[in-house]
Ligand binder design. Structure first.
Ligand code: PEP
Ligand code: MG
Length: 370
């Protein structure tokens, strides 16, 4: 009965009546999905599956990545598959009837490997004490082989799926099985499988060919439809969007990585190092990781939108980087003509209001071209 809450509710409802952009959420758990739905999210735009592999399951992923034989790898995959199936079923249930974009695993590798330094020290100390550490030595050699100077530009995203046999297949199977299970209960799952870090259509085609076989074998006549699409977060993907659209039913702009790679700024280090100087010089008034850099990164979004839609009319387009919940960026995405923005659960109401404001502003200016 709070009059203030009622007033906010009226504003948001009014914005909903005006807006063209849909508002989805970024969520990795059923709990977050349920919360976001209460805030009015119209689906999930990004489920980061690598978050599902932390905690107790981290060790299974480490075993998978470092497996020395097919049998070891298959054992790790067989342990992960039912866990993933349960994760996805939980999320599909909470988002019943709404689209759920599940991104195949995209961790920087070092997050799932043991620390090279710690392992090297352990082996050296054991040697000093004359202990036999054959297992740790082998592990150290394997971790050395996989060590990367720059993991954010290394074996991540689709690259991981292309070099670790069975990894993406395990996730695709879990997604399809969870969707069929919900459909059997009378629910309406709407899964969308998203491939991360694609820069060339061939990467997507390879993943797609394997995924389609798995999906076809599982969904049968259950009525479940699974879309397959890609993140656009590598500049080359934006510049070859016409080719990539041939193999994608949707694009979702990963503006965090797109900003990192377009500017050549490290997402993780930049703010402390030199941003203050850029702000001082007025190169930007606010971090381009917070608010879309319309001239540079935004131009890549525009190119990919136009070329993607020209190649595949009806291509679904959204954004799932941090910018999806930033007010100025929401106006930009409306103007470019995306179909939805996706943001953290708590930013959903703000995105709904801003999407409404953007629609009103462009109608008033006579510039709404869609
Ligand atoms: C992105 O890069 O914008 C994105 C959404 O993916 P992540 O932040 O997980 O790299
Ligand atoms: Mg990314």
């Amino acid at each position: 009965n709070d009059p203030l809450v009622a007033a906010v509710h009226r504003i948001i409802t009014h914005a909903d009546d005006q807006r063209r952009l849909k508002v989805r959420t970024n969520a990795d758990t059923g709990l977050d999905a349920a919360r976001a739905r209460r805030f009015g999210a119209q689906g999930i735009g990004l489920c980061r599956t690598e978050h599902m592999f932390l905690g107790d399951r981290r060790e299974l992923v480490e075993r998978l990545i470092l497996a020395r034989s097919e049998a070891e790898r298959n054992e790790a995959l067989a342990a992960l598959q039912p866990l993933q199936r349960a994760d996805f079923l939980d999320i599909f249930r909470e988002m019943n009837g709404l689209p759920v974009t599940i991104r195949l695993i995209d961790p920087p590798l070092h997050e799932f490997l043991p620390s090279l330094e710690e392992l090297a020290v352990k082996v050296a100390v054991a040697h000093e004490h004359g202990q036999s550490v054959e297992h740790d030595e082998q592990l150290l050699a394997a971790v050395r082989r996989m060590h990367e100077q720059n993991p954010m530009l290394g074996l991540r995203g689709v690259r991981l799926g292309l070099v670790i046999p069975g990894l993406f297949a395990m996730q695709v199977r879990a997604i399809a099985e969870a969707a069929v299970a919900l459909a059997a209960e009378g629910g309406k799952p709407r899964p969308e499988i998203m491939v991360p870090l694609v820069g060339a259509v061939q990467e997507l085609e390879t993943v797609r060919a394997e995924a389609e076989k798995i999906i076809d074998a599982i969904v049968g006549d259950s009525g479940v439809e699974v879309l397959i699409g890609t993140m656009i977060e590598v500049p080359r993907a934006a510049l070859t969007a016409g080719q990539i659209a041939e193999a994608a039913e949707f694009f979702s702009f990963g503006t965090n990585d797109l900003t990192q790679m377009a500017w050549g700024f490290s997402r993780d280090d930049v703010e402390g190092a030199f941003f203050w100087r850029y702000l001082e010089l007025g190169i930007f008034g606010i971090s381009p990781f917070e608010s879309i850099d319309a001239d540079g990164v935004g131009r890549l979004v525009r190119i990919a939108t136009e070329e993607g839609r020209a190649a595949r009319p009806g291509l679904k387009l959204g954004v799932c980087g941090e910018h999806g919940g930033d007010p100025d960026s929401v106006h930009f995405f409306h103007e470019v003509g995306l179909d939805y923005v996706s943001c953290s659960p708590f930013r959903v109401p703000i995105a709904r209001i801003e999407a409404g404001r953007a629609a009103v502003a462009s109608t008033a200016a006579g510039s709404d071209h869609r």
